[in-house]
Design a protein around this ligand. Structure first.
Ligand SMILES: [Zn+2]
Ligand SMILES: [Zn+2]
Length: 334
C-alpha cells in the first residue's frame, strides 16, 4: 500500500530530532504518527458495550517470512469480533505489533494479556516464534490463560513453553509479588482436526487441510461472522480445498512467492518452494476461480526483487482487486 509505516515513523523521528529546540507549534504534522501511551496495565472483566457492538475487523499484525525484515514482523493476522481477538499464527514480533494496534485502532482485546486465542496454521517457526511471548507476557495478570490450536506437535511446543517459563513462575509466585492468577501461564493446547474449531455467537472458525509440500499437516482457516467472511491461507502450494473455501469471501489473505523472486533461488530451493508455496501466477489462477471481494497478499517471498512486481505478475492474469499488505493494515479498509 503506501510507504511502510515504520519507514515513515523513522523519518519522523529523524525530523523530530532535527527540529529539537524549536517551538512544538512549528513542527509539521507528520504523515504518520502514533500517540501511544507508555507502559500501561490493562485488565478487563468483560468486553465493553462498544466492543460488543463493533463490526468485525481484521488487523494484519505481521506480513513477513522466515527472512528477517526491518519492515515486516513474522506472520500473524488478528480477527477481532465482539470484544475478543483471535490470532492466526504468531510469528516473531506479532505481540509487539498487537500492542501497537491496540492503541492505533483502539482495540482493547489486542492488549497482549487479553488476547484469548491463537490458531496455528502449521508449526514452522516463522509462524510460532511469538507463541511464548503471547502466552506469557504478564501471565500473572491474565484473567484466563491463552488457548491455542495447532497441528499435531502443538502440545509438545506448549509443554516446552511451560518448562521454559517455570523459572519465572517460581520467581514470581515464591516471593512478595502479588499474583492475580497463579495459573495464568498454563496454556491449553488443542490439536486441530479439519472442521469447525470454534463457534461463539455468530462467529465460526473452521480449519481445512492445505498442501504445504512435505510439511504435514498444514491448515488454512475460514472465519465467518454475521458481517464478514474471510479465508487465511497459512503456507500452502496451490490448494483446491482453499479455492472451494474461498469462493466469494469478502477477504482472502494468501501467501505468495513472486516468480522473479523464485528465480533468485538455487535449484534445490526452487524445487522446495514450488512444492510448498504458491507462485504469483498460481495465485492469480486461484483468484480467478474463487473471486474474493479483495485479495490480500501477505507472507510474500520476494528474495530481493521489487516487492510490487508480484502485483504486476498477478494483475497480468487476474482483474480483481489485490493489495500487498503491510504490517498493521486493517480490514475492511476505512
Ligand atoms: Zn511461513
Ligand atoms: Zn511454512
Amino acid at each position: 500500500m503506501n510507504k511502510h509505516p515504520s519507514q515513515a515513523a523513522f523519518g519522523f523521528t529523524l525530523g523530530a530530532l532535527l527540529l529539537a529546540g524549536k517551538a512544538l507549534s512549528q513542527t509539521p504534522e507528520p504523515e504518520f504518527a502514533l500517540t501511544l501511551p507508555s507502559a500501561r496495565t490493562e485488565l478487563r472483566e468483560a468486553p465493553s458495550a462498544s466492543e460488543l457492538l463493533a463490526p468485525t475487523r481484521v488487523v494484519v499484525l505481521g506480513t513477513g517470512t522466515p527472512i528477517p525484515d526491518a519492515f515486516r514482523a513474522g506472520s500473524s493476522i488478528a480477527v477481532i469480533h465482539k470484544g475478543e481477538s483471535y490470532l492466526f499464527d504468531a510469528g516473531a514480533g506479532a505481540v509487539r505489533q498487537a500492542t501497537i494496534a491496540r492503541y492505533k485502532y483502539d482495540i482493547p482485546s489486542l492488549y497482549p494479556s487479553l488476547i484469548c486465542c491463537v490458531f496455528f496454521s502449521h508449526l514452522h517457526s516463522d509462524h510460532t516464534m511469538d507463541f511464548s511471548e503471547l502466552a506469557h507476557t504478564m501471565w500473572w495478570r491474565r484473567s484466563a490463560a491463552l488457548k491455542a490450536w495447532g497441528p499435531q506437535g502443538i502440545e509438545r511446543i506448549a509443554s516446552g513453553l511451560l518448562e521454559m517459563n517455570s523459572v519465572d513462575v517460581d520467581l514470581r509466585t515464591g516471593g512478595l509479588q502479588p499474583v492475580q492468577n497463579p495459573d495464568g501461564f498454563r496454556v491449553t493446547a488443542q490439536t486441530i482436526e479439519p472442521g469447525i474449531l470454534l463457534e461463539k455467537d455468530d462467529l465460526v472458525i473452521e480449519a481445512f487441510a492445505v498442501d504445504h509440500g512435505d510439511i504435514h499437516p498444514a491448515y488454512g482457516f475460514k472465519v465467518t461472522t454475521a458481517d464478514l467472511s474471510l479465508v487465511i491461507s497459512g503456507d500452502t502450494a496451490y490448494s483446491e480445498t482453499l479455492v472451494e473455501k474461498a469462493q466469494g469471501v469478502d477477504l482472502l489473505f494468501h501467501e505468495v512467492i513472486s516468480l522473479q523472486g523464485l528465480l533468485q533461488n538455487s535449484p534445490g530451493f526452487q524445487r522446495y518452494h514450488n512444492s510448498a508455496h504458491t507462485t504469483s501466477e498460481e495465485l492469480a489462477r486461484l483468484a480467478n476461480i474463487a473471486r474474493p471481494e479483495l485479495l490480500v497478499l501477505y507472507h510474500g517471498l520476494f528474495y530481493g526483487t521489487e516487492e510490487e512486481s508480484v502485483l504486476d505478475e498477478i494483475g497480468a492474469i487476474y482483474d480483481g482487486e489485490v493489495i500487498l499488505a503491510d504490517d498493521l493494515d486493517v480490514f475492511p479498509e476505512r
